[in-house]
Design a binder for this molecule. Sequence first.
Ligand SMILES: NC(=O)c1ccc[n+]([C@@H]2O[C@H](COP(=O)([O-])OP(=O)(O)OC[C@H]3O[C@@H](n4cnc5c(N)ncnc54)[C@H](OP(=O)(O)O)[C@@H]3O)[C@@H](O)[C@H]2O)c1
Length: 236
Amino acid sequence: MDASLDGRVIAIAGAAGGLGPTVVRRLSGAGSTLCLCGRERAKLEDLATEAGAHADVDVVDLLDPEAARGWAAALAERHGRIDALVHLVGGWRGGTPIEEAPLEDWGFLADLLVQTVQHATQAFAPHLLESGRGRFVIVSSGQAQAPTHTNAAYAAAKAASEAWTLALAHRFKGTGATANVVVVGAIVAPEMRAEDPDKDFSTFTPAEEIAEAIAYLCSDAAASMNGQRLTLRGAV
Ligand SMILES: NC(=O)c1ccc[n+]([C@@H]2O[C@H](COP(=O)([O-])OP(=O)(O)OC[C@H]3O[C@@H](n4cnc5c(N)ncnc54)[C@H](OP(=O)(O)O)[C@@H]3O)[C@@H](O)[C@H]2O)c1
């Protein structure tokens, strides 16, 4: 067992999506207590069972700030501490030329990718500060720094969620807590490789590498890394 996360209480938001299961498997082997949230209980429970994880499962809609605060308070009550929040809530809209892009996409993505980060950080920051070694991690896209025009709304939302996270890192400065961004390309999870073994995923970022980066950022080995973008995109 990798003991570097032994005893930590790690919350994972959006745990049952494309990336979440790989992260859950990685962290569940590291001695931490995992607290999984999403909007569908059955998916989260199946994931916890499959990963053999010592995990809580909570249904939480992070678009609701009170639900986010309630989740953080419940975890702190249950476990006496919260050491990390890994934010994996995701979704995508785009694909049309910028002059035709429906601006409703911006509203949808700003809610999903920015507001859920804002609600989660406001709910969890006091607990992460109290931990003494609190960690906050988001997974962002290369689009935030180098947008393509058919992804304008997505890129703008990811850029805003990065800026919010870097501002949180400024709040955490000198406290022992950290906030960082893992920047990736399109993600390939083991389930995707199994479903389509002949597909060329060579330009994708492997979910296993992202999970490793998250495990590192949550550990004491990354105690001095705060307000950074850790980029896993190959030579781009
Ligand atoms: N996939 C990629 O290629 C890619 C590329 C770059 C960056 N990223 C980022 O990496 C992270 C993980 O990506 P992913 O592909 O795993 O994301 P995803 O599968 O699209 O979404 C992850 C989970 O977010 C949950 N979610 C959605 N709205 C929510 C809400 N209001 N409250 C709580 N949970 C909510 C969903 O849970 P339910 O199923 O329960 O609704 C879903 O399972 C995301 O932040 C994403 O933006 C992904």
